[in-house]
Design a protein around this ligand. Structure first.
Ligand code: DC
Length: 226
């Protein structure tokens, strides 16, 4: 089936910017599917740690990525039939995900798995390269960001709500390191593409950010209907 006509909204941006929250809310509002592409990289990291595999062996990491036995269902993530929704949210998993995401073979192994989420009636997806590499023909591309300090506070709140321990100073350092690694890698680096709209959320509420995305989407939808 040709899925190229199925609408896609991509929301790329740095770590802890809140893009996942906004993407999920917009998907819910439009009745679209949702893909958290960062979760896939985190799942590869978790599986690699479970297997005690070598984080430098790109061939083996790609093999793990290709064979991931994962199911996204009812807001839960299952790896090998076990719920790992919270396990993949640790900083350790995020850092390992960022490291292995720099290997082209790992990225290639996850490409088709991500594109398969493009199903009717539409898809909202978040990550680093959703608009640039995975869905270059997306209807609406957004680059969502916020200051590193505000992102550290958002991540802190998220981890505490999940009952995990967290320290703002350490989180800020992790975020800055992760920004640097994700932005400077040679393949699919994090950057605002020329055709992506900038959504600066440092002083926006969740509702304001959500409304901005919906209003852009409605504008595009209205134009294609004329
Ligand atoms: O969005 P996140 O923090 O859950 O993503 C974890 C890491 O995965 C991130 O630091 C870089 C990598 N990633 C990526 O390289 N490309 C994506 N599309 C999504 C995530």
């Amino acid at each position: 089936m040709n899925t190229n006509n199925i609408p896609v909204i991509t929301i790329d941006g740095p770590s802890a910017s809140g893009k996942g929250t906004i993407a999920q809310l917009v998907a819910h509002q439009l009745g679209f599917h949702y893909l958290d592409s960062g979760a896939l990289y985190r799942l590869v990291a978790l599986k690699t740690m479970q297997l005690k595999a070598d984080m430098q062996n790109s061939g083996q990491l790609a093999e793990i990525a290709r064979n991931l036995n994962v199911i996204f269902k009812d807001e839960q993530i299952y790896l090998d039939d076990k719920i790992v929704t919270d396990d993949i949210r640790t900083e350790q998993c995020g850092i390992a995900a960022s490291q292995l995401a720099a290997y082209p073979q790992v990225r290639a192994a996850l490409t088709e798995r991500q594109r398969a989420f493009r199903q009717l009636p539409g898809l909202v997806t978040d990550g680093r390269d959703m608009g640039s590499v995975i869905f270059p023909d997306a209807d609406l591309k957004i680059y969502l960001t916020a200051s590193a300090e505000v992102r550290a506070q958002r991540r802190h709140k998220q981890l505490i709500e999940k009952g995990m321990s967290a320290n703002i100073t350490d989180l800020l350092q992790d975020i800055q390191k992760r920004d640097e690694r994700d932005s400077n890698r040679s393949i699919a680096p994090l950057q605002q593409e020329a055709d992506a709209k900038l959504l600066e959320t440092t002083s926006l509420t969740i509702t304001q950010a959500q409304d901005a995305v919906l209003s852009w989407y409605n504008d595009i939808f209205a134009k294609t209907r004329v």
